[in-house]
Design a protein around this ligand. Sequence first.
Ligand SMILES: *[C@@H]1O[C@H](CO)[C@@H](O)[C@H](O)[C@H]1NC(C)=O
Ligand SMILES: *[C@@H]1O[C@H](CO)[C@@H](O)[C@H](O)[C@H]1NC(C)=O
Ligand SMILES: *[C@@H]1O[C@H](CO)[C@@H](O)[C@H](O)[C@H]1NC(C)=O
Ligand SMILES: *[C@@H]1O[C@H](CO)[C@@H](O)[C@H](O)[C@H]1NC(C)=O
Ligand SMILES: *[C@@H]1O[C@H](CO)[C@@H](O)[C@H](O)[C@H]1NC(C)=O
Ligand SMILES: *[C@@H]1O[C@H](CO)[C@@H](O)[C@H](O)[C@H]1NC(C)=O
Ligand SMILES: *[C@@H]1O[C@H](CO)[C@@H](O)[C@H](O)[C@H]1NC(C)=O
Length: 432
Amino acid sequence: MNLILSPKSFLLSISILAVNIHAQPPGTISPLAEPCGPSSPNDIICINKYAAVMPYHFFRQPSVDGVFEDTYGSTLVPNSTSWPLVANATFLIFDTEKAFPVLGSNPTYDFMFAVNDAVHEAPVYSPVTNKLYFSQLRGATSQPGFLPQLVVNLNVDPPYLGELVSDPPIYAPNGGTIHNGLIYWGVSGGNNSIGGIEERPGIATLDPTTNKTVTILNNYFGYYFNTVDDLFVDDKGDIWFTDPQYSWFNALTDTAPQLETASYRFRPSTGAVYLIDDSIIQPNGIAISPRLENCSSTYKRTVYITDSGAIAAPIAAEVGSPGTKFNTTGKRTVYAYDLTEDGNHIINKRAIYLAQDWVPDGLKVARNGYIVTGAGKGVDVLDTDGGLVMRVQTNFTVQNFAWTGADYKEFWIMGNSGVARVRWELQGQDLK
Ligand SMILES: *[C@@H]1O[C@H](CO)[C@@H](O)[C@H](O)[C@H]1NC(C)=O
Ligand SMILES: *[C@@H]1O[C@H](CO)[C@@H](O)[C@H](O)[C@H]1NC(C)=O
Ligand SMILES: *[C@@H]1O[C@H](CO)[C@@H](O)[C@H](O)[C@H]1NC(C)=O
Ligand SMILES: *[C@@H]1O[C@H](CO)[C@@H](O)[C@H](O)[C@H]1NC(C)=O
Ligand SMILES: *[C@@H]1O[C@H](CO)[C@@H](O)[C@H](O)[C@H]1NC(C)=O
Ligand SMILES: *[C@@H]1O[C@H](CO)[C@@H](O)[C@H](O)[C@H]1NC(C)=O
Ligand SMILES: *[C@@H]1O[C@H](CO)[C@@H](O)[C@H](O)[C@H]1NC(C)=O
């Protein structure tokens, strides 16, 4: 049929067109997202200019005192045809210049093991046993089987997931690192009868060649720590650790917090514990930038601590262990500090990154200085300025991760319900 517009309807359609054209601000990025990078796999998606100007009307639902975990890809952008690519991408690229070299020509992502929905933490790789050790945090209110840790045997193909009960057993390691061949566990839980013995939050070592453990710290002048959460060992052998309150919230300990949240440095040779920061709401991941081998001792190293204060709960003993709630407006921040010249304290605290999903949980520094943090359903890779370079997306909430293998280019991610493996060029530090 011939479509003959009356002058009136013609004018009307012109004006509708004009409204639509002007509804979007000049400068709107288009496309927002597109496939990019190495052709295989084809789920690498670039976000152009960080999608700095999205077409209206867009909306991302924040959480107020909820447990709802929104993702970047869940942002509604109905006027972008490319936006749906974001939700299901494995690798989201924000800075192509920095991301492509660390991604390499053939990055892979494999979902390796379905695990229970508990928090999975404290991943540590022992090059001596060629095994990856990690933990499951199961509180008094969850199912039995709370004691064994998990071990991925990388000497067999495919890797094999087994259990480990150390001697004596250690309950709920929440952080792990390796130093001089010994695994150091941040022990986050306790009560008066863990597998028949009393145990309280602190620090223990595991010798991966014998499975023997030794407790090296279990109190602060008589008080229980709250939740020794994450830790690293410095060149002197001092252990830096965070002490948030999650074990109380999540029923991993039977005692309400006796101390404020804080971060400390412990010197095993003298037994002394030094306060290093008491300004963070829930200090969580902690890591140090690599020492550059060609630099003098005056090279400034950076210590990073995450604040996951947006996930919290009341601490009063009478409310028991209430579980946690999430506020988007709470602290979800990575802080950087300079290590002092003597290596004993941290100064010049500055906020460098507000997590774009959920809260920054585990944090480690890659060999090239890039900061990596588990945040919600994925892992964010940041440059030394805190710029988001890229994100690996997962279908489970990530708590932590570790590099494995002879060249530390395999990257194992663990969290609630899942363990995944990435192969890429972003190399981990060789902690040993
Ligand atoms: C944007 O999307 C909304 C909802 O789908 C629609 O009503 C509106 O016409 C769109 N605007 C433009 C400029 O396309
Ligand atoms: C993303 O994955 C989900 C679940 O597999 C699927 O329902 C959805 O259609 C996918 N979206 C796109 C844009 O491919
Ligand atoms: C101690 O904690 C473990 C693990 O949550 C639990 O199975 C056990 O019942 C607790 N014991 C006491 C005495 O609370
Ligand atoms: C340590 O535990 C692991 C995992 O259960 C086991 O494979 C290994 O043989 C044990 N090592 C020793 C020395 O008992
Ligand atoms: C140290 O080595 C790194 C990488 O090998 C190089 O980028 C850097 O410039 C070197 N620094 C000094 C002070 O020589
Ligand atoms: C979330 O924010 C509400 C409103 O400000 C507040 O009452 C609540 O305590 C906060 N919850 C958490 C977990 O911080
Ligand atoms: C995540 O994906 C893997 C395989 O792609 C699947 O086996 C697993 O059940 C998924 N997990 C969740 C929590 O959806």
